[in-house]
Each structure stands twice: as C-alpha cells, then as structure tokens.
Design a protein around this ligand. Structure first.
Ligand code: GSH
Length: 262
C-alpha cells in the first residue's frame, strides 16, 4: 500500500473519489506542442476528434490524406504506400485516424477519444462518469458501424439498406441514447458537462440529419427531446463557431466520394 511521509497508509483511490479529482495519467507531455489529428479528407471518424481540438482551442494540425481517382480507379497510395509505413514504425497498430502528440502516436478511434479526453479533461470528473464515457463511446461506435455498413455497403442493396438504417437500425441506437440521457437525467452522456463522446454522438446525429434530409425522410431527432437538446447545444457552442463556418465542416464530405452517399 502507498504511504505518506509519516509512513501512514494512503488509500489513493478513496482519496481521488473523496476529492472528486479525475485520475488523469501523468505521461502526457506538459509543454503545449503541435498535435496532429490524421484521417482521410472526409468527416468520418476524423471530424469529432477535430471538433474536440477546436472546442478546447488546442494547438493542432489536421493531417488529411486524399483518396483520388487515378485512371478511373480510386487510389489510396498517399496513405497506404507513402505515409503508413512511417506511422507503423512508431505504432504497430497504424491506422486512420491517428494522433501524434510529441513522442506519442495513438491509433484506434476510441483510444484517440480517450487520449484527448484525459489530456483536455473532457473524460468525466470521477470514475463513475469515466465509465459512462467508456460505455457511450462503445455504443456510439455501434451506431457508426451500422451507418458505414450502409454508406460503403453494396450499391445493389443500397435502397433496402438505407431504409433499414433510417427505419430500424439508427432509431434503435438513438432510442438507447435518449433513454440513457433520460435515465441519468443529464444533458450530455456523462453529466451536464461535455465529454469527448458527446462530440462523436453529435457528428453521427449531424450525419443522420443530412442523410434523412437527402432522402426526404423525417428527422430521427423527432420525439427524442434529449438528443435534440444535445444536438442543438453543441451546434450553438461559441467555441465551435469557426469550425462550423470553416472548410473542415462546410466543404468536407461525410464519406469518401466512392461511397453510396457522401
Ligand atoms: N477500429 C479502427 C478502424 C479504423 C478504420 O477502419 N479506418 C479506416 C477508415 S474509417 C481506414 O481507412 N484505415 C486505414 C488503414 O487501414 O490503414 C478504429 O476505430 O480506428
């Protein structure tokens, strides 16, 4: 057991809970430095990571890999051939998105959210809230996976898959999130304060809003007042005004140009 200077046993966990201090790790760089948030030149999984950096005013650079059409074929060499080997030299799990922060290279989207959450204190204020962030990150990723399987799925089945997403799959996920917010009586996923998962949830809500509008279906926020509130609050954040008015949001497609819907 850890002891203090007088040899008295210190229960660090209880102390943390009593003081309601988040257990942020100490390995993060102390000096502000330029972080890289890397992804394809689309919103996809990159957008919510960029939004978090914009929200906290982080010193960061969006690194964007362009998938281009060469001789009628979609070409991803700019990542797979030119850049991935050097990222893999630093992290064997090299993938998109990734974050570079000084000596650290972090891959896997949820790990990237966790990293930014801990770094910028957007990861709940105690263990209980952190568990809520973790659960919601996984639940939101489930929704995302159902969405991309339609966006990038077989174009032959798109009509049926699209209807299934709008009428069944997305409402099921969204209702879970609505029920979660009602049950916990919180504005956001972990509390009445923002945490990293709210940005991912917002991005998917926004993508779904655009998707249903495109196909002249009704908003999936209808009848879900908690989600409506969360969506409106984040859209109205003054910290994100420049982001919403800038190219990262306005010009960037949600999906790759070869997807069933961009
Ligand atoms: N489980 C991974 C999946 C990452 C993934 O599938 N990335 C796609 C874009 S959404 C990609 O193109 N990765 C590039 C690669 O495989 O190197 C995560 O959550 O980050």
């Amino acid at each position: 057991m850890p002891c203090d200077d007088d040899g008295k046993i210190v229960d660090t966990v209880t102390k943390f809970v009593a003081e309601k201090k988040p257990m942020h790790f100490n390995f993060l760089p102390l000096e502000p430095q330029l972080m890289e948030i890397a992804y394809w030149t689309i919103r996809g999984l990159g957008a919510p990571l960029r939004m978090i950096c914009e929200h906290v005013g982080a010193l960061y650079k969006p690194v964007l890999y362009d998938c281009t059409k060469i001789d009628g074929e979609w070409n991803k060499d700019v990542w797979f051939k030119d850049a991935k080997p050097s990222v893999r030299a630093k992290n064997k799990m090299a993938n998109l998105p990734y974050i570079v922060d000084g000596p650290y290279v972090i891959c896997q989207t949820n790990a990237c959210f966790t990293y930014l959450g801990k770094k910028f204190k957007l990861y709940g204020k105690d263990d209980h809230e952190m568990e809520k962030v973790d659960q919601c990150l996984c639940q939101v990723m489930d929704l995302r996976n159902d969405m991309v399987s339609v966006f990038y799925g077989s174009s032959d089945n798109f009509e049926a898959d699209k209807d299934d997403l709008i009428k069944k799959k997305a409402p099921k996920h969204l209702q879970k999130m609505e029920n979660w917010l009602v049950h916990h009586k919180t504005v956001y996923c972990a509390s009445d304060e923002l945490s990293v998962v709210d940005f991912h949830l917002w991005e998917l809500l926004d993508q779904l809003e655009l998707f249903v509008k495109h196909f002249k279906e009704k908003s999936l926020l209808e009848g879900r007042p908690q989600l409506q509130q969360l969506y409106a609050n984040i859209k109205g954040l003054s910290s994100l005004k420049n982001y919403f008015e800038g190219d990262l949001y306005k010009k960037m497609p949600v999906n790759q140009l070869f997807a069933n819907w961009q």
